[in-house]
Each structure stands twice: as C-alpha cells, then as structure tokens.
Write a protein that binds this ligand. Structure first.
Ligand code: PLP
Length: 457
C-alpha cells in the first residue's frame, strides 16, 4: 500500500476528530494566539505556525523531557526544540553555571574572553577532531562564516549542497537541481539575493557521480553537507558515500564542510567521530549550549593558516565574520557546562539505546500493519517517513511528504500527551527520556496507525 492508497476519507475523518479535540482542550493557547495582533504571523517566529492544529501550544514551563502548556497539560517531549534542547529542558548543570555567571559574577556580554572558551575549544577538538574553533550564537551563523572562510582560502565562488538539505537561513543552501542540473531555488524561497546558480552547485545525496560532475568545473569552494540529511526525514548515507565525498573534495580542490547541528545525535563526537569523516570545516550549534544561544565552527590547521595568511582579509573587524554577542561569557559558560556535565558519553549511551527501542517499537507496528513506511535511526534520533524502501536522496524523501498524515500523527500524539517535532516526524531522546516514555510513544503510534488501517466494519 503506497501512502496515497491509504483511505484518505478515513484519514480526513480521523484528522477532524483530532483537530476538534485539540481545539477543545487547549482554550488558553487558542486565546493567546488569537490575541497576538502585534506578531508577524501571530507567532514570535513565523515557523512556529508549523505546529499542527491551527495554533501552537503556548509554553508554561519545561524541564527535562517534560513540557507543560498554559492549559495545564503535560507532555512527554520528543521534539526537544528540534535539537536545541537535546540536553533536556533547562539542564541542571547548565542552569547552575549560567546563573552563577549572570547573578554571582555578572558579565553576560562584555567583548572580553573567559577561560571557559579555551576549555570548550579543547573539548570540541577532542570530540570532533578539528584543532581550532571559533564561536557563534547559531548554527546558521557558523555555516555562513565557515562558507566565507572556504571562499577566502580557495578563491572559488560556489558551494556544493544537496537537494532538500537545510543548514539554517544560509542563502547558498536552498537549491534543488533544475532541468539541466543547474542550481535553482527551492520552491517557496523568500527573497533570494541572487540567482542560486551564481552561488551554488547542487547534487543528490548518495550520488557520487552527480557530485563529481558538479565539481569538474573547478569553481566549488566547499561541499557542504550533513553526514545524513535530517531535515527531509532522515536520509542515511550509503556505504562509501561520505568517504567518496572526502576523496572527491580533495581531488577537485574543494573543502569538505560537515554540519553536525542535528547529526550530533549520532554520539558524543557526532557522525564525524563515529564514521571518521575528516572534514576541513565543521559546524555545530543548537544543543551544545543546553538551549542558551551557542554555535561553533571548527577548522583544520591548514585552513586556518591559509585564512590567517591573507593580509587582504579583515578577519578582525568588519570583514564579514563576526557577531557582537558571539563567544560571550554567557554562551561559552553554557557550552562548557553542557558538554562537561550533560551531553556526556554516558548520556549518549542511554539516549542511543532508547532511540533503538523507539525505532524497534515503530518498526513492529509497520510490520504488523503492513503500511509502506520506514523508520530510520541516527544515534539518539529517530524518524518515520511515508515511503518504503527508505528514500536515498532528498528529492525522493521530499516526494514522500504527506501533510495530512503528518498533522494526524502530530495531533494524535499531542492529544494524548506526546510531542514530536512539528517538522515531519522526528523524535529525539534526551538524557531525561525514560523507557516508559518510549513505551508510551510505541503504544500511541500503534493505536494511531491501527485506527488508520483497521478494516471497515
Ligand atoms: C543541519 C542544520 N544546520 C543548521 C541549522 C540552523 O540552526 P539555527 O536555526 O539554530 O541557526 C539547522 C536548523 O535546523 C540544521 O538543521
């Protein structure tokens, strides 16, 4: 049964029931949303309208993997701020450290370094292998600045990305292949500064021949990728794909730039350590500050030396690499506490094991009901997608999108006390997730799919 073979009338009827329940049981959230007349799109950030049900839940409080909304409903959270809260909501060690910085010592942002910065740089080097680091407040900025470094040291204009990748609001990354293989803007792209073909080359994930074809022109500064695509479902790399990228990058004089903002879920050293990826530039953000705005990019000594040797590049003042609050005492304190005490090797061991249980639970329902969906796991993260076999490119995965099914599953879960991401169907374990939480999701997923597929009586 393909997704479109589902009984759509039944799906719509079930969805209507879930929508009505959601509206009835969340009057305070609905009211706050209706009153938000001074917010662009009625939300603090327009993507918050991705939440299913017509309005987002309004947050009252959150700790560990529990979220409580303003209607007093408590949820087991598997969305975890789309990885921003992978360390758990308000992790104790991070809260203590930032509180000490803010309340006891003072100095949230002063433009002066603290000793914690070197500690964090050394820890990131130990985990991910790159020796030199610079800080940002978001993964988007880390990507933007690392891209500038790549252009500076190679003297080349373009970035090679993969169809349906996402690297934050980085202009270069919103490309899909056009009819002649050239980069064209992805549908819906807002305000592109120039035609994507001027800045970007694009290939399909898992297609080394396509990558090589794009590299032949000799104008690619860096191949930018996640080790697995995670923003169009999870698309895992096939054996040899990532080592092939490394090899092609070297052969064609491009840098390999790995963005582990989400794939950090793979383990304490991300997929880079797990799969020995050897990037020239590396990007991370979201979770490493335990929710306090933080990000970082890492460089090899060769790339750093090449950048530093360029007298014509203003890396210190207004050359385009900088953010006033980046590397602030607050942000760096948060990164140190989170890496030292929260996202530890022991925590990852538990989180990955629980994601294994989550994946097995979903798979059991898929096997029993025969729906042609797949579930993929990457360390502490798992995601189901409405396609089987699992998509091997971003374009294949994009073709399997089904907004009604997404909304049904999101609302079915939310109405029974479980949150998964508003973006497709991702679930992330954090250090506070328990086996009982995973079992709850397994039971609800089984009930949701059974309701969809039960033979009519
Ligand atoms: C792989 C990847 N890189 C970068 C980003 C951007 O992160 P931020 O929005 O925190 O800048 C995201 C956001 O989802 C991401 O998935």
């Amino acid at each position: 049964m393909a997704p479109h073979d589902l009984d759509r009338a039944r799906l719509v009827a079930l969805l209507d029931v879930e929508r009505a329940t959601y509206t009835r049981t969340h009057p305070r959230s609905a009211e706050q949303y209706a009153r938000a007349d001074h917010l662009f799109g009625r939300v603090p950030m327009t993507w918050m309208n991705m939440w299913s049900g017509g309005f987002p839940l309004y947050l009252d409080r959150a700790r560990g993997n529990r979220v409580v909304d303003v209607d007093g409903q408590e949820y087991v959270d598997f969305a975890m701020g789309d990885t921003g809260a992978m360390a758990g909501h308000s992790p104790g060690a991070t809260v203590e450290a930032v509180t000490a910085r803010m309340r006891d010592l003072g100095g949230i942002t002063t433009m002066l370094p603290t000793a914690d910065a070197e500690w964090v740089g050394a820890e990131l080097a130990r985990r991910f292998g790159l020796p030199l680091w610079s800080f940002t407040l978001t993964a988007t900025d880390a990507n933007r600045w690392a891209i500038r470094i790549a252009r500076l040291v190679t003297g080349r204009p373009k970035i090679l990305t993969f169809a349906y990748c996402y690297h934050g609001s980085v202009d270069e990354a919103f490309a899909v292949p056009g009819p002649a293989g050239q980069a064209v803007a992805r549908e819906g792209l807002v305000g592109a500064p120039v035609a994507l073909s001027e800045t970007t080359r694009v290939a399909e994930f898992n297609d080394l021949a396509g990558v090589e074809e794009q590299l032949r022109a000799g104008d690619v500064a860096a191949i930018l990728t996640e080790p697995a695509l995670t923003n169009i479902g999870i698309v895992l790399p096939e054996p040899g794909f990532l080592s092939g990228l490394r090899e092609l990058a070297t052969r064609y004089g491009a840098l390999l730039m790995i963005d582990e903002t989400h794939t950090f879920s793979a383990g304490p050293g991300g997929a880079t350590a797990l799969w020995d990826l050897q990037p020239d530039l590396f990007v991370i953000g979201k979770s490493i500050g335990g929710g306090i705005p933080s990000g970082a990019y890492g460089l090899t000594r060769e790339v750093a030396a090449a950048a530093m040797s360029r007298d014509d590049a203003d890396l210190v003042d207004v050359g385009g690499v900088g953010g006033t609050l980046a590397g602030s005492a607050l942000s760096v304190t948060a990164m140190r506490a989170t890496l030292e005490h929260v996202l530890t090797e022991t925590a990852f061991e538990r989180m990955v094991a629980l994601a294994g249980d989550f994946t097995a639970g979903v798979q059991a329902t898929l096997d029993r009901t025969g729906v042609p969906w797949t579930v993929q796991q990457l360390g502490a993260r798992a995601e189901y997608r409405f396609a089987a076999p699992a998509p091997r490119t971003g374009s294949d995965s994009a073709a399997a999108a089904d907004d009604e099914l997404d909304e049904y599953l999101h609302l079915f879960m939310a109405n029974r006390g479980v949150l998964i991401t508003p973006f497709h169907n991702m679930a992330l374990m954090c250090p506070d997730t328990s086996a009982a939480d995973v079992a709850l999701h397994t039971r609800l997923f089984e009930e949701a799919v059974t309701a969809l597929t039960r033979p009519r009586t």
